[in-house]
Write a new protein. Structure first.
Length: 116
């Protein structure tokens, strides 16, 4: 793997961990520990045992929408960047876009800036 790709992967991994911690905190505060325990990065663990680990699902994180009154599952594609510009472009795969559309209303893409 070349250095640029390794670096982008590291930035993405850091962004996913930041998003995971954020959603776990918000979900726990709103819905309690039972739902906080269900918030997970699917890039690190199996969604179910018949599917592979890692990327390919079209989203990185399964959480609960803490802005709603009742727990509602949401699917989040996390994008890490080091750019300071909010208008700088970022890549999204066909699969990621299709999953966002498939889960329209309960999915979104979250872009996080990393300093590494």
């Amino acid at each position: 793997m070349n250095k640029s790709l390794e670096h982008r992967q590291l930035v993405g991994d850091i962004a996913e961990e930041i998003a995971l911690k954020f959603y776990k905190k918000e979900v726990k505060e709103k819905f309690g520990e039972e739902f906080e325990k269900k918030v997970r990065l699917i890039t690190k663990t199996n969604v179910n045992t018949t599917e592979k680990n890692g990327h390919g699902y079209g989203y990185d994180l399964i959480a609960y929408d803490y802005e709603k009154q009742t727990p509602s599952e949401i699917f989040i594609e996390v994008k890490g960047t080091q750019s300071t510009s909010q208008s700088s472009p970022f890549e999204i795969s066909d699969n990621e876009l299709n999953k966002l559309l498939e889960h329209k209303g309960n999915s979104h893409s979250q872009r996080l800036r990393s300093r590494k």
